[in-house]
Design a protein around this ligand. Structure first.
Ligand SMILES: NC(=O)C1=CN([C@@H]2O[C@H](COP(=O)(O)OP(=O)(O)OC[C@H]3O[C@@H](n4cnc5c(N)ncnc54)[C@H](O)[C@@H]3O)[C@@H](O)[C@H]2O)C=CC1
Ligand SMILES: O=C(O)C(=O)Cc1ccc(O)cc1
Length: 363
């Protein structure tokens, strides 16, 4: 039996638990300091066993996942290192930053035969808590691991193998490089979304039409401003140096627009949009990105007349609301791929369950 222990069974910890739960030979144990949370994990069937005792949780652990906020990770590793751990145990985390935790684990002398490998499943959402957890969260997303030169290959391979249950694409990245890149593509956009919402909310105090008229585009690019304040306080503080540099660059981009507008430089504005269009259109089509605004699934469909209508009717009959439907590849020699978008996550999940009985479906 392989024992997997999860500290912090929230959105990410809970989603991992659901990926491993009921898989042959795996037993999932959840830990919380709060007895009510322990009850909740069991009631929701997210784990096989749950406890408030750290010592009991880790007694036979083969893998320990830390799903707590970034600001608590170092404390957890230090406390775990004081407990009797099983030789061969692998400790890993899911924190959105990787440099400081990887350096901390390197510096700390972990018990003989115990290894830490940093991890970051690069998928999530603006909701938090075990209530928002789903086994589909990581499917087709990247999952970064940050082993160091001291990480035994055997330990990396074991974690890599276990993580196949997430159906994510596991990639090895240097921890510092991770923080630089993820700072740019995830942390900076979260700051921008929050700043934009706060700017508009101040205008709204004088005229509530701002809120009433805020539609499509505004909602799309500000969805992530609804993310958990404590989780994001910790991420931004932890990646502070990288973000301060990125924000200086951001100011330069904004200054460019100030200049273009002051000069009434229409061609320059067009050029900014052209450049952005080019890069954005090159982003991977079918990979679940960091900042997905819609819930989408992809269905491989046979190239036969009426098939699109049949799928739409099937969903409609089950009261599943589609927000968009698009054929993204259709040639005679390959099946078409249908992209179905949903505004509601649970509608996407229902559609996934329904359609997978008849067609290959990907997330
Ligand atoms: N939210 C997202 O989309 C993503 C978050 N992450 C990372 O995953 C980790 C967890 O984030 P979420 O699952 O979103 O948060 P969450 O709030 O859903 O879950 C956090 C869990 O940690 C527990 N917790 C909170 N404060 C604690 C403390 N002081 N001591 C012990 N336990 C505590 C909570 O009870 C909860 O079970 C964070 O490190 C975050 O950076 C990684 C990928 C995506
Ligand atoms: O909601 C989104 O689209 C996100 O960007 C989620 C997210 C948040 C934090 C991460 O470390 C990784 C992914």
């Amino acid at each position: 039996m392989t024992n997997i222990v999860i500290f912090g069974v929230g959105l990410i910890g809970g989603s991992l638990a659901l990926c491993f739960k009921d898989k042959p030979g795996l037993r999932v144990v959840g830990h919380s300091n709060n007895p009510k949370s322990v009850e909740k994990y069991l009631q929701r069937g997210v784990v096989d066993h749950a406890t408030t005792s750290m010592e009991e949780a880790v007694k036979d652990a083969d893998f320990i996942f830390l799903g707590v906020p970034v600001g608590n990770l170092e404390d957890y590793i230090c406390r775990l290192n004081e407990l009797p751990l099983k030789p061969g145990c692998i400790i890993t985390d899911v924190g959105s930053t990787k440099a400081s935790i990887t350096a901390c684990a390197e510096k700390l002398r972990l018990q003989e035969g115990v290894h830490f490998i940093g991890g970051h499943p690069m998928a999530g959402k603006e909701k938090s808590g075990v209530e928002a957890a789903t086994s589909l969260l990581f499917e087709n997303a990247y999952y970064v691991l940050t082993p160091t030169e001291n990480t035994p290959q055997e330990a990396y391979d074991r974690l890599f193998k276990l993580l196949q249950y997430t159906r994510a694409h596991i990639v090895k990245v240097d921890a510092n490089m991770h923080d630089t890149i993820v700072g740019a593509i995830s942390h900076l956009p979260h700051i921008i979304a929050v700043a934009l919402v706060n700017q508009i909310s101040k205008y709204n105090e004088t005229n509530s039409l701002y809120k009433d008229l805020a539609a499509g585009g505004f909602r799309d690019i500000t969805r992530i401003a609804s993310s958990d304040p404590v989780i994001w306080r910790d991420i931004l503080s932890n990646n502070r140096d990288v973000l301060l540099e990125l924000l200086k660059d951001w100011n330069r981009e904004i200054d460019t627009f100030i200049q273009l507008l002051s000069d009434d430089d229409g061609a320059g504005i067009e050029d900014q949009f052209r450049q952005a269009n080019r890069f954005r259109n090159e982003l991977p089509e079918r990979r679940k990105g960091m900042i997905t605004s819609l819930h989408e699934i992809y269905v491989d469909i046979p190239d036969q007349p009426g098939i699109v209508g049949q799928i739409a009717t099937l969903l409609g009959d089950c009261r599943i609301n589609l927000s968009n439907l698009q054929i993204i590849e259709s040639r005679e020699d390959i099946p078409g791929v249908l992209r179905l978008s949903f505004r509601e996550e649970d509608h996407m999940e229902k559609a996934f369950e329904l359609l997978k009985k008849q067609y290959p479906v990907h997330i």
